[in-house]
Design a protein around this ligand. Structure first.
Ligand code: GCU
Length: 354
């Protein structure tokens, strides 16, 4: 047994559910994760409409177009509106699309190198997560879409903010698909850190996203929880309980042994589609090794379907700067701190354009 497989075996992970029908398999995993970690996404049909509020047809020196929309979504509790921004390459061909769940509307820290993305022939749409639901414990689910969905007092599987943010990425896609601009086999959802967790949960539930791109999502996202260093369930549920359903906190500490899933389930819910994980070498809180092992552990979901899962040359851990992206699961280890940067975007776009 290789060193990596031994390390993985020592984590004592629960086995992935398996059904030869990938759709049944996915639904089973989504059910487990809804019940135990992210809560249940309300099940209803909504209509989404978009109003154009700004257009710039000769953006990026004429190589792209940029649009602002205000989307309105119908829900049983009333209509809800939020802004969406879209940059598209200047071409008549259908293009790949990344729906980016963003921290901010502006781009102060270079988190989205928009011109470079467009110059690679890829469109990027971004919604801002706090336009959907507050990222604040004090808010108590009183703002954004939260109050449109009354919380069930006796339940421990009410959806948390991650579920709400993920839901809005899907509603954004409802609208974006009406534009007829995109190659539907090359549609991705992406996020960083808490929004990487969100992108993974969105991709698990919405199969129209053919690629799920998770940057530095770490604890309760793209890193295995069992055997993880850095952030633990006890930490994340103490500071950010409202990201999850009520039940998740009950797995803190030794109770983790009874947790019926680990985070490889979340990646496996993307099978038979594509998923990419980006880790940062200095991001000890997220734990790059546990992010890598999560890809290894999820691989079985693809392999059992006769597809390539995660391909790690010589079954080894990558060197800093390397990207392993020959299977349906990609992993890259970037030098530096916890943040998305150009190297990450380029790794995801390489994978998307393969
Ligand atoms: C905190 C949190 C992480 C999260 C990160 C982020 O550090 O503990 O789980 O990923 O914030 O979203 O930037």
């Amino acid at each position: 047994m290789s060193f990596i497989n031994e390390t993985l075996a020592s984590r004592g992970l629960p086995e992935l559910p398996f059904d030869p029908d990938p759709e049944k398999n996915r639904q089973r995993i989504v059910d487990i994760l809804s019940e135990n970690i992210y809560g249940r996404t309300p099940d209803f049909k909504s209509e989404v409409s978009g109003k154009l509020t700004y257009r710039h047809e000769k953006c990026f020196a004429g190589h792209g177009k940029h649009y602002h929309y205000s989307l309105t979504v119908t829900t049983p509790g009333g209509d809800f509106s939020f802004p969406l921004r879209l940059s598209v390459p200047n071409t008549d061909k259908k293009v790949p699309l990344i729906v980016y769940i963003s921290f901010a509307i502006d781009n102060p820290s270079g988190m989205i190198p928009e011109e470079e993305i467009v110059s690679r022939g890829v469109a990027v749409a971004r919604l801002v997560y706090t336009d959907i639901a507050a990222d604040s414990r004090e808010d108590g689910f009183r703002s954004g879409i939260a109050p449109l969905f009354p919380r069930r007092a006796d339940a421990d599987d009410n959806w948390g903010a991650i579920g709400m943010w993920a839901w809005a990425a899907s509603r954004s896609l409802d609208f974006l698909l009406t534009l007829g601009l995109f190659d539907e086999e090359k549609i991705a959802v992406m996020g960083h850190s808490r929004l990487g967790k969100t992108a993974l949960w969105c991709g698990a539930q919405d199969t129209r996203f053919r690629y799920v791109l998770s940057n530095n999502a770490g604890c309760s996202g793209d890193a295995l929880t069992r055997g993880k260093v850095g952030e633990q369930i006890a930490d994340i549920t103490r500071v950010f309980p409202y990201w999850f359903c009520e039940k998740y906190a009950s797995y803190a500490g030794d109770a983790i042994a009874g947790m019926p899933f680990d985070q490889h389930f979340l990646l496996a819910a993307a099978a038979p589609r594509h998923v990419a994980v980006g880790a940062s070498s200095l991001d000890i809180w997220a734990d790059p090794e546990s992010e890598y092992l999560c890809c290894k552990a999820a691989s079985a979901a693809w392999e059992k379907l006769g597809l390539t899962g995660f391909i790690a040359p010589d079954d080894r851990y990558p060197k800093v700067g390397e990207s392993f992206d020959d299977g349906h699961i990609a992993f890259h280890l970037r030098e530096g701190e916890h943040s998305p940067c150009r190297a990450d975007w380029n790794a995801y776009i390489d994978f998307l354009l393969k």
